[in-house]
Design a protein around this ligand. Structure first.
Ligand code: AQP
Length: 327
């Protein structure tokens, strides 16, 4: 059996990349395994952000995830800052993680470039906190998108190093990837769809006309005849495969092969499929938000269950590291 952990940053609107790359897998894994799903607010503050917007983003993250099928009765749904053991374990892990390894992380290098004027130590230590998130629950299966694979490898290294220094304590977690593990931005298919660039992302709460407009203006450089699909076209086919009926997908694949494809029609079909995908989730989101106390109830229960496990594991870790509770 497995224990599952995954997280999502309240750093903006959740998009279909998050859904197809991660959230869909979360929903299906909760049928089989104990699952922990965390809104990682301490991760979201590693880049410049607006403190007035953060609470609403956390609420929305809870509501969208539940609307998309995460079940608070089966899964432990909570916010990272509700459980102080995350940052405590992160400190302990910092002390066994080589600096050079953190400086080599692709996401750190990318974000350090993006936010060159404000690179803080939290950004560098981001993956150490992530390792703490996962290992605090001794999780061994981590459903994530492809962008997180390197961080899961670092988590394995940290677990291994801890076990060899202080005795066997942690499992070595593995990433669990979906078919949609890497959805690209519609306006620039060379980078991944992300919350921080909402123009190229289909937001889970985008109204249908916004979705249609974003898909209509998606980049579709057809590339030279006979060559491989261009990144933009490939991305549209990936999205279509994950959202549209099989006969629709087959129709456009055939049209692509024999050169009769019309991208206006492909985009129309994809927009239809995406609207159909998000509409029921949006309806459920509106129902949940209309009920006062939904978020508070989910988080009160989730936070309590998470703290219970987290405090036991942290006590074990401190004990192994020669850090008893002194008084
Ligand atoms: N484009 C994507 N395709 C597939 N999976 C994705 N994930 C993120 N983007 C894609 C996966 O979704 C989960 C939550 O990740 P996140 O909260 O880091 O989401 P984000 O959209 O990447 O958010 P940000 O704030 O905009 O972060 P950056 O700047 O890093 O892109 C994860 O499992 C992630 O892999």
């Amino acid at each position: 059996t497995h224990t599952v952990f995954s997280g999502i940053q309240p750093s903006g609107g959740i998009h279909v990349g998050n859904l197809l790359g991660a959230l869909r897998n979360w929903v299906s894994l909760q049928d089989q395994y104990p699952c922990y799903f965390c809104i990682v607010d301490y991760h979201a503050i590693t880049v410049p952000y607006d403190p007035r917007e953060l609470p609403q983003r956390v609420r929305d993250a809870v509501l969208v995830n539940v609307a998309a099928g995460l079940d608070p009765n089966r899964s432990v749904i909570f916010v990272q800052s509700q459980v102080p053991q995350h940052t405590e374990l992160a400190w302990l892990f910092n002390c066994i993680t080589p600096l050079g390894q953190l400086q080599r992380m692709t996401q750190f290098k990318d974000k350090a470039r993006q936010h060159a004027e404000a690179v803080n130590a939290g950004l560098l230590n981001y993956p150490v906190l992530q390792a703490a998130d996962i290992l605090l629950y001794k999780a061994d299966l981590v459903p994530v998108g492809e962008d997180q694979v390197q961080h899961i490898e670092l988590t394995r290294d940290i677990a291994r190093r801890f076990n060899s220094l202080f005795g066997p304590t942690f499992p070595e977690p593995e990433a669990y990837l979906a078919k949609g593990a890497r959805i690209m931005a519609l306006d620039d298919p060379t980078r991944k769809m992300s919350k921080s660039e909402p123009r190229g992302a289909i937001g889970m709460l985008d109204p249908p006309e916004v979705i249609r407009e974003k898909v209509r203006s998606a980049v579709t450089d057809p590339g030279p005849a006979g060559a491989e699909m261009s990144p933009g076209v490939l991305n549209l086919f990936t999205l279509l495969e994950l959202t549209a009926p099989a006969d629709v997908v087959a129709h456009f694949r055939a049209a692509y092969s024999d050169g009769t494809i019309r991208y206006v029609e492909l985009k129309q079909a994809l927009a239809d499929a995406l609207v159909e995908l998000v509409t029921p989730i949006q309806e459920r989101y509106r129902e949940l938000s209309a009920r006062p106390g939904t978020v508070e109830e989910v988080l009160a229960a989730g936070g309590e269950r998470a703290r219970k496990v987290a405090s036991q594991v942290l006590a074990e870790v401190r004990d192994r590291m020669g850090l008893p509770v002194w008084a």
